[in-house]
Design a protein around this ligand. Sequence first.
Ligand SMILES: [Zn+2]
Length: 165
Amino acid sequence: MNVPICDLCMKSKVLCSGCSEKVKRGKISELDVKISRLLYKMKDRYNLENIDFTKAVDLGRVVLVLTKKDVGPLIGREGKVVSDISQTVGKKVRIAEIGGDIKKTISDVVAPVKILGINKVYRKDGNLYKVRFSRKEIKQLPVDINSLEKALKSLLESEVMIVFE
Ligand SMILES: [Zn+2]
């Protein structure tokens, strides 16, 4: 299991000095700790031995759970894993894969809404990604546009412009 906190902290109720220092400095959040411990508890029941949980991003109504591996095990059979996470954090949860194809990551975040296109725009003061959606699908977005923009910025580590057409 690869989670933001160490093995010891995953199993216990208190944080070691190393992990609590990371929380203090904002490198990991309370939410990361909560979800890591939950996943550890669920590990045997749901076969989570090989999962990666990189970090969680709180978007208000929705929490994004980011993984560098396949999203499948974190969703679980019939969505059991994701619904347990959702119950624990008290919000809707979305699992998204990061570190690979940008389009795939954004698709995970906005599903069932489809991406019309992503363009990299080169500018003097830094590049940005223009992510295009259909205006007809605005209402189906799982998060509001501001939160989506924030999420995409942190996922892509770049400025993002969201366009509806
Ligand atoms: Zn620790």
